[in-house]
Structures are given as C-alpha cells and as structure tokens.
Write a protein that binds this ligand. Sequence first.
Ligand SMILES: Nc1ncnc2c1ncn2[C@@H]1O[C@H](COP(=O)(O)OP(=O)(O)OP(=O)(O)O)[C@@H](O)[C@H]1O
Ligand SMILES: [Mg+2]
Length: 560
Amino acid sequence: MAVAAALLRRRALYSALASPSWLHDTSSCYICSISGTHSLVNHPNLRLQRGYHNSGKFDLTDLTHPHIWYPNAREKKRNVFLHVGPTNSGKTHNALKRLEASSSELLMNSVGVYCGPLRLLAREVAQRLNKANVPCNLITGQEREEIEGAKHSSVTVEMADMTTEYQCAVIDEIQMVGCRSRGFSFTRALLGLCSDELHVCGDPAVVPLIQRILEPTGDVVTIIFQVNSRNCFFSIEFVELSNVYFGVSTDTRIMSSNIPICWLYVSMQVQYYERLSPLVPLKTTLGSFSNIKAGDCVVTFSRRSIYMLKRRIEMGGKHLCSVVYGSLPPETRTKQATMFNDQDSNLNVLVASDAIGMGLNLNISRIIFSTLEKFDGICNRELTVAEIKQIAGRAGRYGSKFPVGEVTCLNSDHLPLLHSALKSPSPIIERAGLFPTFDVLSLYSRLHGTDFFQPILERFLDKAKLSPDYFIADCEDMLETISLIFFEMQFAENYAKKGIVRLKEIFTPGTLQVPKSHNQLKELESIHKVLELYVWLSFRLEDSYPDRELAASQKSICSM
Ligand SMILES: Nc1ncnc2c1ncn2[C@@H]1O[C@H](COP(=O)(O)OP(=O)(O)OP(=O)(O)O)[C@@H](O)[C@H]1O
Ligand SMILES: [Mg+2]
C-alpha cells in the first residue's frame, strides 16, 4: 500500500510541481525574491528555473535542478539508448539507422534530429539521410540548407531546438559534455530534447555521469530491480518527491503488493561496441616528407603551420593538399574535405586541425601528428588521451578504401605518448558543463537594473549554486556573443514597442573608459559591436535609429 500511496502523493505533488502554485498568481505574474528583494515579473519560463531559498522563496541562481528547465522533455517518457565504444565502432551508424527508420509519414512537423559537435559532421549526416531518401535539413550556426518537406534535421548541438517534439533524436560525441566551453550545449540537449527515443553516442568514459544526470528526469529507463534478492527488470518512472528520488514501478505486480523497495540500480540501455577495423600505431615516425603518400592526413593546430606543412608537402611535387581548419569558412571547409574524399580529385593528402577531430568518415589511411601540443584558447598544452584517440580514430574508417588505419608522428619523442594514449582508456568524465538559460539571465539582469551584461553575469555566476555533477561553462567567448544578442534583443524590443530606438536607451554615451583588464577590453569590444550595429540599423531605418552621429562618434572613441 505504501507504494500506491506514494504513487497518489507523487501524482498530486508532480502535477503541482509542473505548475507550482506557490510561484504564480492568477494574473500569471510571478513573485520571486532575489536575495530578499521581491518583485513582480511576468516570465513564462520562470517556473522552470526552480530553486529553494531556506525561506521557500525563489532563487534564480539556484542551478541545482537543471532537468526541470525543460518542461516539454519532462512531460515525455523518453527512452534513452547509450551507444558507447571506441572510435570507428559503429555507434553513430546504429543510432542513425534508428533516425532513418523514424517515419516521415507521421503528422508531426518534425520527426527526427541529429545533434553533432562539428559542422562537417552535421553535413555528413544530412548527406547520408538525404541519400537514404530521408529528406533532412542542415542547420549550423552559419549555414541553413532546408529541404522541401523535410521532417528530419541535422544540426550542430548549439542549434538543437528544445521546443520541438521528436520521435527520434541523436546526440553524437556526448563525451563533449565535459568540454570547458561547449559542454553546456550537450547538457542542454541531453536534458532538453523532447523525443520519444533519445540515442546518445560517445566514449564509455561518460556513462556514469550520463546516468547520474538523467536519473532525476522521469525518463523511462530500464532498471535492474532487486526484489528479495531476485533480479527483475521493470520499466520504471523516476519522479522527484520533495527532492528524494523515489522509484515507482509502473508494473502492477509491484504496485499491488507492498514489497519494500530494497534498492534501485539505475542502468540505461547501454550498448557497447568494438572497433570495426584495426588502428595500428606505427613504431617509426614518418621520417621525411618524401614518405608522404595518398590518403595521409597531417594534423597540426594553427593556421600558420597548416599552410607551412601544405607548402612543404607540395614542394615535393608528388601530392597536392586539401586543408581543413576551424576558422575556414564552412562552405570552403566542406569543399576541401569533399575534394580530399573524392577518388578522382588530385588533392589526395589532407592537412587538418582538430576540426576533423570527431566522428567524421573521411578517406584517411594514416594520421600523422606534426605535434601533440595545441593552444586551447588559454594556454599551450599537451593533447589529452581522448583528443589523441579521437583524431587518430579518423584513420582506416570501416567501409572506406583503407580497411586498416595507421597512426604516427613527425617527432620520434612523441611516439611513446602516442602509443600510451592509444592504449589507455579515456579518463572518466566527472562533471558536465552547465549555463543558465538566456531567459533567466535577462530576467536576473532586469531585476538588478543595469545595462551592462558583463557585471551582471559575473554576479550571477558568483552566486550560482550547482550540484556536484556540473561546472559552470567557461563563458569568455559566449559573453561576447550573449552581450551582442542581449543588445540586439533590447534593440528589437524597443523598436517593436515604440518604433524608435534612442541610443541612450541602450548605451550611456560618455561612459567609455580605457580598459584596464582583459575582461574590460572584451566588454569594450562588445560595446563597439553594439554601436556598429546601431549605426548599421540607422542606415536602414533612419527614422527609428536617429542617433547615428552620436553612435558613430562613440564608436570611433571605442576603436581609439
Ligand atoms: N553495420 C554497419 N554496416 C555498414 N557500415 C557500417 C556499419 N557500422 C558502421 N559502419 C560504417 O563504418 C564507419 C564508422 O562507423 P561510425 O561512424 O558509426 O563509427 P563511430 O563509432 O561513430 O566512430 P567515431 O567514434 O569516430 O564517431 C562509418 O562510415 C559507418 O557508416
Ligand atoms: Mg560517431
């Protein structure tokens, strides 16, 4: 009876949690207290970002329950499938088979989505689905290729849409959830994709973390259920009962009896894969560039060294090189990769950075590391085991024209590290990146009444409370983007409201100072972009953005 009672209580509480009355009054305004100050705000997403003050009041900076930020996903009983294994073991292939099988005949607007870490990979998957007669859009930060009637999309993970309902969703390279700057996008997709089936592909090192992250979500997972020392498998619903996670079985045999629940072991449906074709670490280095052969890919990590290596190889007169690196415009990157992959093209050697580092199926026979060090935006550091394995794993792809992959380097000192990295398991990933939703940040900034985004964000992140499974994403580059979007949103909002945007509503002229820190310089760069945006808009909507002179003068002060 205990279980049935718990179930009733759970149903009552759960529906309350879904739209907590303690948060909104009838006029759908929300009362919340931020460090003691009360204010009325009208915010549709507020109830999703729930946190408890000891006084039971509301705290926007409480990020300890990120799973409730995504109500659409929480209202679904998602079936999660983890495909884990080494590179080139068929993980993505099998997940994509499910995506292809999700039928476009369904009346839903969208049926399936693939979310990957790289534009090239999203493009490869879109091409694969279109070739399999499953019309599929390609959506990345810079590209949007839409196919008439397509109900499938292949996107870079940052572009994943949390509001659309899917039948099948794939998140590839989920181990990226531990990435300092991009991990939070993978966490967002993992918690927020609203799909009946969710296929998650990646390195085994991330499985324990994924289990912990998904445990409070209410997803229907397979539980190995120990009842009186008999192992039974039941599909079960995980719900949150006043912060104690209480597994309630939907299986009648358990429901009707009052078998005490001894313990719950949460296990996803985890499929382990083995590598489909061998990857051989060579005992010797390349030696000289005259030993370069068709199908080689030389890996380096700066634009300058990419072009230097390309020149060195082409001087030998035997090979022409394609180049692929991150800051190359997306369409050029695709063209270069396609020409390298094309058997008839004369570009039969590739010089690339880690822009090819994950998931891609290129016709590479041998990976040659020119270095095992890279600048990661903060400092020069050695490649991690996971990075070495991911990049090396591009060689000898199953089904490519090179059935065996080889990997070596230019510098003999690097051979020991290369061999040991390829033999070691990737270190367990302990924490996932997290970042508050934009709604919450803009609400928090309004409640603290200031234009400047940077101090608001720093203050928010100072106060943010996280559970041990998460870390706050490194928001350097994001800051810039957000403050620009932030201003653009304010521009658009003011324009929509009044049809006119005075500069002083967005930016206080005369407040510019010489930056004394890296962050202040970043802030100045963002302000410069905002002023540039205002001037750009003033040329197109002169009456609505009348302060062009002022904006232009402030902009030149900025650049000085
Ligand atoms: N069962 C299969 N039948 C035919 N081709 C397959 C099969 N499994 C995998 N492949 C092909 O083998 C190559 C490697 O598979 P896949 O990309 O799925 O590996 P992966 O485990 O995702 O690798 P990575 O970790 O590098 O992303 C792909 O070209 C894929 O299409
Ligand atoms: Mg893959």
